[in-house]
Design a protein around this ligand. Structure first.
Ligand SMILES: *Cc1c(COP(=O)(O)O)cnc(C)c1O
Length: 360
């Protein structure tokens, strides 16, 4: 068996320890005589899995009691619609456009009401986070929306926008659990788990309780109403059982690693190795403004498309997978999520240095 260094943006690398544990439990989960894939979501044994996952997540993120944690399906993309359906009482909201995922959420919101562009970094191919200290937020807006870490472009909000008292909704798909957050600063934090947490199939949403009501837009499907899911503790219908089980294991792994403070320190260390090299390299360069750099997704280019392709090909042959940039931006991108070991980043930089010396 040979494991590669997998720099995929998502679905992405998972902690090896978690995969091994899941393998060990595949045929007989803790004496139940069956796999977690085979058991009823109404069983006692599964109830413990989902309850423990929630409790561990609450502990990791220090989630206040007045926030609900929901395990949902439909991906982050479906949640783009759930936000306006559940929150657009005045049919108006502000969006900060920092990349494709923010734009998609913005387009989706327009189906339900007036979505206003508050700021954008489209002028420079989303290579920076715009100044959000004095946004044109009006009193009638129901919320302000951000995509906190921009997976495709490799930018991150290092400071939250001044929402002028409005509720903040954040898509944290690609920075979930990468560092500590103050949950109380948000109304809603959500993300698809397939980037930094677990296998595809689940969205985790952390929602302030007062936003979970029957007062939703007319026509909102039962399943997409947060109250339906909250009242049933995410078990209104069959949840993505196995994905939640793996997420639970990742939460335990994170606790063992020292929690989110420790992960932040490790992620900073990993990112620094790569960014320091990009800053000194004569061949490769990062594409993001320094102050907006993401700890999780690191895009870079040589400035020559043929050389980019050659790099991706040779890297793959050397055991570094999925370094090709997103199809809309080209170049390269290394996603270095929680589960990417520091050795993987060190080995990548070593390989890049060798490539540079041969190709400069
Ligand atoms: C991947 C991604 C999405 C889309 O996720 P799906 O679960 O595939 O719908 C949305 N937002 C961000 C920030 C992402 O990285």
């Amino acid at each position: 068996m040979k494991r590669v260094y997998n720099f995929s943006a998502g679905p992405a690398v998972l902690p090896e320890e978690v995969l091994k544990e899941a393998a060990d439990e595949m045929l007989d989960y803790k004496g139940s005589g069956m796999s977690v894939m085979e058991m009823s979501h109404r069983s006692k044994v599964y109830d413990n899995i989902i309850k423990e996952a929630e409790a561990d997540l609450r502990e990791l993120m220090n989630i206040p009691d007045n926030y609900k944690v929901l395990f949902l399906q439909g991906g982050a993309s479906q949640f783009f619609a759930e936000v306006p359906m559940n929150m657009m009482k005045n049919k108006k909201a502000g969006y900060i456009l920092t990349g494709q995922w923010a734009k998609k959420a913005f387009q989706e919101a327009k189906i339900y009401g007036e979505a206003v562009e508050l700021a954008s970094s489209a002028d420079k191919t989303f290579s920076y986070i715009p100044d959000c200290s004095d946004l044109p937020i009006t009193d009638d807006m129901d919320y302000v929306y951000i995509c906190e870490n921009n997976t495709i472009y490799g930018t991150k909000f290092h400071e939250l926008p001044d929402t002028k008292g409005k509720d903040l909704v954040a898509d944290v798909s690609s920075c979930f659990l990468s560092e500590p957050v103050d949950v109380s600063k948000y109304a809603v934090i959500y993300g698809g788990v397939q980037k930094n947490v677990g296998p595809a199939g689940c969205v985790i949403a952390i929602i302030r309780e007062d936003l979970i009501t029957d007062d939703v837009l007319p026509g909102t499907p039962t399943m997409l109403k947060w109250k339906t899911q909250a009242d049933a503790d995410s078990l209104y219908n069959t949840p993505p059982c196995y994905t939640i089980y793996i997420c639970g294991k990742v939460f335990k792994w994170l606790k063992k690693m020292g929690g989110l403070e420790a992960m932040k320190a490790l992620n900073e260390k990993k990112a620094k190795i790569l960014y320091d090299y990009l800053d000194e390299s004569k061949l490769f360069k990062g594409t993001v403004e320094k102050s907006s750099r993401s700890l999780m997704n690191v895009p870079f280019v040589t400035g020559n498309e043929e050389l980019d392709a050659k790099f991706v090909k040779e890297a793959k042959e050397a055991g570094f997978e999925n370094l090709k940039g997103h199809r809309t931006v080209g170049g390269m991108r290394a996603s270095i999520y929680n589960a990417m070991p520091i050795e993987g980043v060190e080995a990548l930089v070593k390989f890049m240095k060798e490539f540079e010396s041969k190709n400069l």
